[in-house]
Design a protein around this ligand. Structure first.
Ligand SMILES: [Cu+2]
Length: 104
């Protein structure tokens, strides 16, 4: 009985992790080393007021992230002037903040 409960608990934990990832990457640990990671994707939405950009990004192997659509904050709102919805871009991430973005 004890073994069964432990098995169910383990399943519960992994399911919760998967669901959390659907909303954003908050379930992920921060990158082990400081520094930026490059990603690629397509701009879905630009919000100049909040300084965020929604990107349908490709998998980012360095962070073990699958492809998904999610909002990112930008380090400097001026970065948003360089992007348009529908554009393919490369971007640098520091944690979950975009520090640089450029057309691909
Ligand atoms: Cu994501």
């Amino acid at each position: 009985m004890k073994t069964l409960l432990l098995a169910l608990a383990a399943l519960g934990v992994s399911t919760t992790g998967a669901l959390a990832h659907g909303a954003d990457h908050s379930g992920h640990a921060a990158p082990a080393a400081a520094g930026s990671v490059e990603g690629t994707g397509v701009i879905k939405k630009v919000d100049a007021k909040t300084g965020s950009v929604t990107i349908a990004h490709d998998p980012i192997k360095a962070l073990n992230w699958p492809a998904m659509t999610m909002p990112f904050k930008v380090a400097d709102k001026a970065l948003l002037a360089k992007v348009k919805v529908g554009a393919k871009v490369r971007f640098d991430l520091n944690g979950q903040v975009i520090t640089a973005i450029r057309p691909q």
